[in-house]
Design a protein around this ligand. Sequence first.
Ligand code: TNX
Length: 528
Amino acid sequence: MISDRRSARPAFAVLLCVALLPSCKTMPGSAKTATPPSALESLIPLPEKVEPSGGAFTLAADSRIAIDPATPELEGIGRFLADRLKPATGLQLPVRPAAGAPMRGSILLTTAGADPQLGAEGYVLTVAPDTVSLVAHRPAGLFRGLQTIRQLLPPAIESATLQSGPWTIPAAMITDRPRFVWRGAMLDVARHFFGVAGVKRFIDLLAYYKMNRFHLHLSDDQGWRIAIDAWPRLATVGGSTQIGGGTGPFYFSKADYAEIVAYAGGRYITVVPEIDMPGHTNAALASYAELNCDDVARPLYTGIEVGFSSLCLKKDITLPFVRDVVREISALSPGPYFHVGGDEAASTDAAEYARFMEDVQAIVTAEGKQTIGWEEFATTRMLPTSIVQQWDRGVAQKAVEQGAKVILSPSKKIYLDMKYDATSPLGQDWAGLIEVKDAYDWDPATYVPGVSEADILGVEAPLWTETIETMADIEYMTLPRLAGVGEIGWSPAAARGWDEYKLRLAAHGLRLKAMGVNFYQSPQVPWF
Ligand code: TNX
């Protein structure tokens, strides 16, 4: 069913330009046109292959979502779609089991008969005037395909209130699957704390761009954000303040964390918990005097400096402490990863750091997880199953030399806490100013010397929150750059380019508006 990817790419690029985008003829730098490109022309991330077929499917009062009864998991996916469609359309589409060919007026979700080459997240979406059929090898592929269905409907579908239709989906066949297995974003809840509701909204944005990893930065100098039974003061003391002060509690109970994990899981997103160590640990050092070499608890910290704290690696209590924390968090985390930080350990002796990172990998492995560490981790002895998260320290290729894989989070490209331009009211600029084009217009396979496509798991955009205090702030810094990161991770490299992307993004802005997202309206994009 699926042709070789290499031959499919140029064919698709040509198809898009010739059949869909009259504006291709005037690229690059084509000016804003009066009408936005159609839904088929403005999908983000760009699918592998789009073949328009004419006409449209229209949602109506008798439409239904049909799910293959052989896979009970599909019920939740069907309900997700029904729930997304209800507020704007007012339609409560039933989700019903149905075997065989789709009935007239139905949206069929099935894994039956799917091409295994679609892999873990690929899908084939066939929209005809009387039926919609979404086929994937795995349920996750169906969930990704639902995001395409959402984007094929008019932008008003994302509104939280009743809108007028018609609710048409243009007829087409879309064959799609991701380029990279790791497509994620990180939220720092340590510098400023964001509760379960805010985290869920962030996860929803990831899901919309077909992303599959949510990295939660749970501890830092300014705060410890998750309850640990064996060390309760971590949360009650370490989680009592944040940058700029304030009155907590600023931490997740275990039930809160489990709720986040379940919410992400329902969107086929794996939560990657991070406890940063041995540096970035002032909140822990303030909570327990015995974690300090001098047995004196540090004061809580509400500033923005880095590099001043370290666990006491000479003390016998330190590894058992780490083991308790890794065990308790791992028990609540179904995903296969545990992120141990390891960045900016400027107050840790280099030899002790190297030993500690080896010890920590053994602890994480004993809990059945793979270790992830920030780029500095690559300077130590890594297990081949461990993973390095690059951020422009220039040592990521040392991980590759050890047979380990790399996640790319280049600070100069996709640090979501960097200002867009000199006038940005929020953010930092130590890695540079990152306009929407800068965040989009680069390729992971050629970004780091010595790190090639086969070494790269994918991309992840971190949002550090020193200057970010509210959900509106999160949205402003995250969008539209996150859409571009989603596309970098998902879409074939040869098919994408800024001059064409900015037109899709311009139309896509109508969807963000309908969602009520407080996005940055970059002057680089001809918004509608
Ligand atoms: C560097 S990137 C950090 C974070 C800061 C961020 C601010 C990395 C692994 N460490 O601790 O929050 O810069 O941009």
